[in-house]
Ligand binder design. Structure first.
Ligand code: C5P
Length: 233
């Protein structure tokens, strides 16, 4: 039982642990998200290994640098032929356009999405620490729209913003939502969490689930619970 809209966050320190997790829990072939922790340790070879086992891949490196650097980095990431890559919308319009240009120069299939506001950031952090005024949701919707105008195919956002982003940017604009928690699991450092069912009902196209599955007593059961929740009409 595999669901194309649930990506498991493979937040492991190395390939050996990630591979053990996938094999032990019979999760080979499910869509996965590879983040900085695993990629910085293993490099592109981890992508080849996952592709050899038919995993769809969201490579979550959240690029944020000057436009030329991002363009060249994206050209290299495009060669890995993963399904989704991302940048921070806060990098600005030139940077998002450069990311898209770099990606298109090596691969036309990979989707580029932009991080709006990290799901670990709440209003107090946004207003008082980052000095960005306004509500989290209105900023997320603004960044989503602005990223779309500069070539992004979608956004990483909180479930609580997905519906408004769809209304503003159109139903085809991809919403990828982390901060998902199965009932009874730990919230950890996420400040804006939701269940899979709530996420689906509120406009999320792709759900990223990490610790609710990877740290569950029985990860395979936790994955299946999430899949079932999405299947219930
Ligand atoms: O364990 P948990 O389900 O909280 O994992 C969420 C994953 O999604 C982590 O890998 C985290 O880096 C990522 N993520 C996030 N918020 C974003 C973008 C990515 O939590 N805005």
């Amino acid at each position: 039982m595999v669901n194309d809209s649930i990506y498991i966050a493979l937040d492991f320190p190395n390939w050996k642990e990630a591979e053990n997790f996938l094999i032990k829990n019979e999760l080979q072939g499910v869509p996965v998200k590879v983040g900085m922790e695993l990629f910085y340790r293993e490099g592109p070879s981890v992508i080849d290994k996952l592709k050899a086992n038919n995993h769809s891949i969201f490579l979550d490196l959240k690029l944020h640098d000057i436009p030329t650097t991002v363009m060249k980095a994206m050209r290299n990431l495009g060669n890995l032929e993963v399904d989704i890559v991302n940048v921070h919308a806060l990098g600005g319009s030139d940077m998002i356009q450069a990311a898209k240009e770099g990606l298109l120069s090596s691969n036309k299939k990979t989707k580029l999405i932009a991080v709006t506001i990290l799901t670990s950031v709440d209003e107090q952090t946004l207003n008082n620490e980052l000095h960005i005024p306004g509500l989290v949701t209105e900023n997320a919707v603004h960044f989503a729209d602005f990223a779309k105008q500069n070539g992004a195919d979608g956004v990483v956002c909180s479930v609580h913003e997905a519906k408004q982003i769809k209304e503003k940017c159109g139903s085809d604009y991809l919403t990828v939502t982390p901060g998902i928690r199965l009932e009874n699991s730990n919230v950890n450092d996420q400040k804006r969490v939701a269940t899979p069912k709530y996420a689906k009902e509120n406009g999320s196209d792709i759900l990223v689930i990490g610790r609710s599955i990877t740290e569950a007593v029985k990860p395979r059961n936790a994955y299946e619970r999430a899949v079932k929740e999405l299947d219930i009409k």
